[in-house]
Design a protein around this ligand. Sequence first.
Ligand code: ABN
Length: 181
Amino acid sequence: MRWFLDLIDRATERRVRQVAHSHGRRSLVTRLGVALVGGAVLPMLPFDRSGQFGAAHAAGAAKAKSNPVADDPTKCEYWRYCAFDGYLCSCCGGSLTQCPPGTEASKVSWVGTCLNPTDNRQYLISYNDCCGKASCGECLCNNNERERPGYRLGVHNDINWCMANTSLMFHCTTSVIVGVA
Ligand code: ABN
């Protein structure tokens, strides 16, 4: 019986020592050290920020610099067309900002916001339709940055903005800078 009690004593002592070791002061200091070093090293680790606004636009600017069509107003990739829906007036006898002869600018329009890759600033662009002639049919372009569904009229681009003009016939669309965001 005595040997059995000794056995229990030794087992209990061993267990108490183990618990004291893992929950003692030294173990607490060890854990604190790990937390401190981890806290200092973690923020230095690289992580993906590509979803962030600034990085996305920096990438956009870099892309525009290496992409000559981004500087060509007859191409849909031109920066001012980021929220454009229609035919480019620069392909229809007009220009970026001027309606072709025989048409007039819509009295109402929708205004988008586009990044100019040259100065990295956001500009407000008014997309005025040119009204009074049948569809130009050249250089169809549809980009939808920050555009919203049709039930929010002022922020939707898939609309005939000739609605308030004498002639409702849509010909093409211009892109006029109306402000800096
Ligand atoms: N704002 C261009 C346009 C005109 C007619 C129909 C859809 C879109």
